[in-house]
Design a protein around this ligand. Structure first.
Ligand SMILES: [Zn+2]
Ligand SMILES: [Zn+2]
Length: 451
């Protein structure tokens, strides 16, 4: 027991620091005096000590462990998980076999039912079903006030070097603290998220579909209408037919794109993209560097008479730059582990980013969603002169409180197909396999359903 007390003290210290780190968001909150009246019957800490299970990366392994819940912050929410889809960005860290310094529940999104709230929480109530999104929207930080909640400072706040941004939310039986990745986790029966990440949804849609709105599907769909906006009849190109890229394909379909060209080395994903709204697919491996001219040809249009609205097709450089797609989404990303299906021809993703840029017409728009860890050499004169707008791909420009409720309606109306992109379902005990299958790319999206 003394180990537990020691750990609690450590937890409280870390918790105070985390709160300090989030002070930007806190400072603007409504008067504390108003909070108690709105607080529901279950107050902070009443669930402390509750035991639950979850997938944990600890020591040199990843397995399902039993944990005990620690006290929550006054602005945190206790959520009983219903469903979660592991994101490809977590697979390398989660499946690694190196010994790590702290235990952590992987992932950065989820879906569940609110079971308790801290006394300062206003956005959600006990009983609400909530999407826990990968990005917060506090509504009060500098970024939120300037129309960029996709860069909400509650998500992108800085902390003192060496200080954990979020306190641990649970502990093992022996008192070892357990953290949630990005302060969210998601692959455990209980999550404790700050309310800024929680989006209540009022619908009867199944949890397995709604959990896709916390990250992959929502981010991909946002790519076509949140910051970068696909125009009806336009040429759209999507690199990568994974869960994110397919969200962009669906956005192109819903927004009425003229043609939707999908590039992916994996055959089953290209075939699946056609069912989601692609009008043409290209094999990234077979096309190689010729992909750019191939796409330009596909976007050539029915005539090259510039006075008749056609794309000029002369040989001079100033004619070449006007060729290409109106909107391009790079959602191929880094290949962090070798897949069991066709590998990416460009695992570092540097060339793919340049291909995406190059096949965008002058004055067109390109969104870079996939990570590239190496420098990408853009020709400076082209950056200045070609008039291509680069949009940042962080969650596709998603404003979680504005957009997730919209996407719920679009799923209800059958406009967004969230059902078909779920290729496999797992129990918590099979959750490690869900991460492995995500890494192997043998599935589009795997969903872990909690019983
Ligand atoms: Zn993610
Ligand atoms: Zn904010």
């Amino acid at each position: 027991m003394s180990g537990k007390r020691l750990s609690r003290r450590r937890v409280l210290r870390a918790g105070a620091t985390a709160l300090g780190g989030g002070a930007v968001a806190l400072a603007g909150n409504a008067g504390a005096g108003a909070a108690p009246a709105q607080a529901p019957a279950i107050a902070t800490g009443t669930q402390t000590g509750r035991t639950f299970r979850g997938l944990v990366r600890h020591d040199a392994t990843l397995d399902v462990q039993e944990m005990r819940l620690l006290p929550i912050d006054p602005r945190q929410v206790v959520i009983r998980s219903l469903a979660v889809a592991p994101c490809y960005t977590i697979v390398r860290g989660a499946l690694g076999t190196n010994a790590i310094r702290r235990a952590e529940v992987p992932n950065h999104c989820g879906f569940g039912v609110v079971e308790a709230v801290g006394p300062m929480v206003k956005r959600v109530q006990v009983g609400d079903r909530v999407v826990v999104a990968g990005t917060s929207q506090c509504g009060q930080c500098y970024q939120c006030l300037h129309g960029r909640p996709d860069y909400c400072q509650f998500t992108f706040f800085s902390n003192a070097p060496g200080v954990e941004p979020f306190a641990p939310f649970a502990q093992f039986r022996d008192g070892t603290p357990v953290y949630a990745q990005a302060g969210i986790g998601g692959m455990s029966e209980i999550m404790t998220a700050f309310e800024e990440y929680c989006v209540p949804v009022f619908t009867d849609l199944p949890a397995a579909q709604l959990t896709l709105l916390g990250d992959q599907l929502a981010s991909g769909f946002a790519a076509g209408h949140a910051d970068m906006v696909f125009q009806p009849g336009s040429d759209v190109v999507v690199f990568g037919a994974g869960p994110v890229g397919l969200g962009a394909v669906q956005a192109a379909r819903v927004m009425g794109a003229g043609q939707v060209i999908v590039v992916d080395p994996i055959k089953y994903r290209r075939e699946f993209a056609m069912k989601m709204g692609a009008t043409f697919t290209l094999d990234a491996t077979a096309e190689g560097d010729g992909i750019v001219e191939r796409i330009r040809e596909l976007c050539r249009g029915p005539n090259d008479r510039r006075f008749a609205g056609g794309v000029s097709w002369g040989r001079a450089a100033n004619a070449v730059i006007s060729r290409g797609a109106d909107f391009v989404v790079e959602a191929a990303g880094l290949q962090t582990l070798p897949p069991k299906v066709e590998p990416q021809p460009d695992p570092a993703n540097v060339k793919t980013v340049l291909h995406a840029w190059d096949c965008t017409r002058a004055g067109g728009h390109v969104m870079l969603m996939g990570f590239t860890l190496q420098p990408v050499p853009f020709p400076g004169a082209s950056l200045a002169l070609f008039g291509r707008t680069i949009h940042p791909g962080q969650q596709g420009g998603l404003h979680v409180m504005r957009d997730i409720p919209r996407y719920v309606k679009l799923i209800e109306k059958g406009k967004i197909d969230a059902q078909s992109v779920i290729t496999k379902r797992y129990t918590l005990d099979q959750s490690r396999q869900a991460v492995q299958d995500t890494a192997d790319r043998t599935i589009i999206t795997g969903v872990i359903e909690f019983s």
